[in-house]
Every structure is written in C-alpha cells, then in structure tokens.
Design a protein. Structure first.
Length: 140
C-alpha cells in the first residue's frame, strides 16, 4: 500500500498474508502499525513483490505515479484510491490500474466549506459519495 489509508489498514492488517505500507511520513502510522512501514526509497522493491497494490491518489499531486505503476506491473490488482482519485478510467486503466476509487461530489457548496475549513475525506459523507470504476477485464 502506498499511503497510510487508515480504513484499509484496519481491514487488511489481520486478513492478508503480508501488509507493507510505503509512506514518506513514518509518523502517519500508529505505533502498532510501524512494523508494516517501508520507506519511500524502498517503494520499487516492495511493490515488485506485491500481489495487490493500493496507491493513494495523492501520488498524482506528490509525483511518482508512473514509477509506482511500473513497479506494480506484476501485481494481479492495482487500485488507485482516495478522494482525489480522478474518475476517468481510460488513462489509468491503460497504464495498469484495475480499480479507481474516488468520490462524486453531491453538494458542491457543502464540499467547498468542508475543504476550506481543513476537512478531509473523513468529513465528506454528506457532501459526496464513494464511487469505484473497475476495468472491464477485471473479474471478482
């Protein structure tokens, strides 16, 4: 996983053979999650051994998505997720992404207020809904 996705960590930590969390900010993890942490410098080697990869859509802003996708090329599933994930499949699906998980804004005024007050995805519930786009050739 690239980025410390708290909801994913909670669900996956006891339900997968191995969980690695690549994040530039080690302090983003709780003390009991530090054993999963891998530094960003080890992203390519870590992702090369993963069967499922979840990448934070913030990598679009921070840069490096192309390298992360290249390193994930052997994974059977690659997910690009987060509130900033663009819901335009073609350019991402053609580069190896299998699932896009983002949001659709339902109440723009409310969303603008939440964001302008420093709110993150945890506060979007009433202003947006979660949406997933799945590449056509991907089966459950």
């Amino acid at each position: 996983m690239v980025g410390a996705f708290v909801p994913f960590i909670r669900r996956l930590r006891n339900n997968v053979a191995a969980l690695w969390i690549i994040d530039k900010h080690r302090e983003a993890l709780k003390p009991d999650e530090l054993g999963f942490w891998r530094p960003a410098e080890r992203a390519a080697e870590t992702l090369a051994g993963a069967s499922v990869v979840i990448i934070s859509a913030s990598s679009l802003v921070e840069g490096g998505l192309a390298g992360l996708l290249a390193a994930s090329s052997r994974a059977r599933r690659v997910v690009l997720a987060g509130p900033t994930a663009p819901l335009w499949g073609a350019p991402f699906f053609s580069r190896g992404v299998h699932v896009l998980g983002g949001i659709r804004v339902l109440e723009p005024g409310r969303m603008l207020r939440i964001v302008s007050e420093g709110g993150s995805g945890y506060f979007f519930n009433d202003a947006a809904e979660k949406v997933s786009l799945i590449r056509e050739d991907v089966r459950a």
